[in-house]
Each structure stands twice: as structure tokens, then as C-alpha cells.
Design a protein around this ligand. Sequence first.
Ligand code: GDP
Ligand code: MG
Length: 370
Amino acid sequence: PANISIRDLADKMNMAAIELIKNLMKKGKMATINQEIDFELAAQVAEEFDIIVELEEEKDLLEEIFKEVEDKEEDLEARPPVVVVMGHVDHGKTSLLDAIRSTHVTTREAGGITQHIGASTVTLNGKKITFLDTPGHEAFTAMRMRGAQVTDIAILVVAADDGVMPQTIEAINHARAAGVEIIVAINKMDKQGANPDRVKQELADQGLLVEDWGGDTICVPVSAVKGEGLDNLLEMVLLVAEMNNYKANPNCKARGTIVEAQLDKGRGPVATVLVQRGTLKVGDPIVAGCAYGRIRAMVDDKGRQVKKAGPSTPVEILGLSEVPVAGDMFYVANSDKQARQAADKVKAQGRLQILGQSQQKVSLDDLYNQ
Ligand code: GDP
Ligand code: MG
């Protein structure tokens, strides 16, 4: 939310706004004095005048407003694991997710129209698993930068005929940095050149020693195309979930993460959220960054309207004032008013975030004395 009007930027740079407008015009951008430009552009313009614009470290205002209270042990209940599929391009991430999704919807759900909301829930033996399909995605990076633990388990897909590749290593590093469990799926086992032992050796070189070689990395051979090994893989996911005993309090105001968001022509701002704590309900006033509003409707990954969503459940929500940023947290407020005021605070902070430094020394104090 780091936008600044031309007027404010000019003030902070100690310059006439017209100079900035002229500079923008040179860049082929028409702007008026009251128009807001984003941080990127502001930094570009300022640089040409020898002023460095920096983004001040963002205080997490919402986190302060909605301080988390430690849950009591007796309030915690088991929740489904949240899983992300990672791996090198073309190793079969999309195929694997599609295969899992198409074979593991329960009969009750099967009538629903599957729709793409960026996350989905599958069921095996009555137990749920939530898949996020936004791995290398910005949202994932944003969440990680916040240090947020959104995913519990990463399924690392490695093609049996191709082995460990650069993005495989990147994925391993990502998962390790985020502290998530890694389960290896050796995919494309149906192929002629499949060589799982080579994959295991290459994984060992990366410090991932699989179980049948005496290590503790779970490794499952699969074929996404033939649909083989998928149940086994999901059973391993549930096993890891059981060992880690993932829990959350379902009986409190909800909070969670924005997984995806966009502006829908007919429906307005639409966001897919992952509930991480509490239960989200239709009618709840929520805030996510500068966006706020009362939840007008919720749709699950099967395209069904739902009234509530508990921990580890992904849902698409309608009713926000604007499109929130993927990776941001959302919080249920006590009232519509509190939600709006919180969003307003975030917005105001965004305007104050740009501070200049250089020969001209625009200091933080100048900024706050405006
Ligand atoms: P992604 O880039 O990791 O999402 O990979 P895709 O799922 O798009 O798969 C890349 C290619 O590999 C596609 O042509 C798939 O049909 C193929 N593929 C994926 N899984 C398998 C598999 O288990 N066996 C075989 N033979 N081909 C596969
Ligand atoms: Mg893909």
C-alpha cells in the first residue's frame, strides 16, 4: 500500500510538483498533482533528481490491532495439513495436483463444479488435506518474507527421468527456510528412462536421505499420468500430519492468509483465503491490508456456497472494498467500524512510508511533521 501523491512526493523532495509532472510526462505518463503513484515509480522519478526514496520498514499495524491471544490447549482441535507442491518445471507439479484432485473428491462433493480458487481440499479415508497451488508464486514469497507459516508440508516433485534440477534445489531451500516438512514424490515412474535410484542419489547430495537408504526423508514413487502411487503419497501426507499433530482453535474470530485476489467484473474484489485460526462466517467484518468489508458470500473449491469455513479451509470471499494483496493476513474485526478504521490506518501508514534520503536529506522527522 505504498502510494504517494505527486504533491506529497514533491513536498518531501522539496521541489515544485510541476517538475515531477514534467518528468513523468517525459516517461510518457500523464499525472495530475493529486494523483497517486506507486513506490516503484516514485523511486524512479526521485532518482533522476538525485534523491533516493526508501520504503520504511512496515510496522504490521493489523497485527498490533488484532493481537493474537495464546490458545488454551483444550481449545485446540486437529486441523487438516496444508500442502504445497513444488519442483522443477515440467516435472509434473500441475499433472500431479490435477490427478490428486480429480480422484479424491468425496462422492458427496462430486456433484459440485470444480472451480479454480487457488487452493483445494481433497479427502482420503475421511481425512482432509488442503492443497495450495501457488508454489513459486509471489504470494508464497510474500508469506515467507513475513515469516508466516502457511504451509505445513511441501511435496517435492522430481521427474524420475530427469533427476534433481536447479529449481528442485531452489524448492528444497525454500522449504527448509520456511521450516516445512518435505515429502519427495518421484514422478514419471511410467517412463522408459525412469531411474529412481539416480534421483535418490542426487537428493542425498542435497542432504535429503530417503528412508530406504537409512535416512528420514519420505519418498514415494508415482505416475501422475497413470494415476499410480497417489493414494500412497496422500497416506504419507496424512502420516506426517499425524506425527506433527497440527492443531488450531476453531472457536474464535477467524484470521488467515490471502492466497489469491483479483477484481472480478461482475462480483467485484474476490479473494481466496486460507483460514488458519477460528471460523470464518458470512457476515463477518474483515480487514486485509487496506481492504475491508463484510463478507457477502463464500464459495468453496467445489463451487458451492458455504456459510462458514474452519481452520485449514480455503474459501473464496466476496464483499471487500478493494483487492487485497496476496500474502497479506486477514483478520475478522469486532465490527464493521473497527474493520474500516483498521484499513484506514494501514492506508494512512502507506502514505507515510516513503522517505527520501540524499544530499537533500529528507528525514523521517520531516515526513511525520507534514
Ligand atoms: P509442471 O511444469 O511441473 O507443472 O509439469 P506438468 O504437470 O505441466 O507436466 C509436464 C509434462 O510432463 C506434461 O507433458 C505432462 O503430461 C508430463 N507428465 C507429468 N507427469 C507425468 C507422468 O507421471 N508420466 C509421464 N509420462 N508424463 C508426465
Ligand atoms: Mg505447472
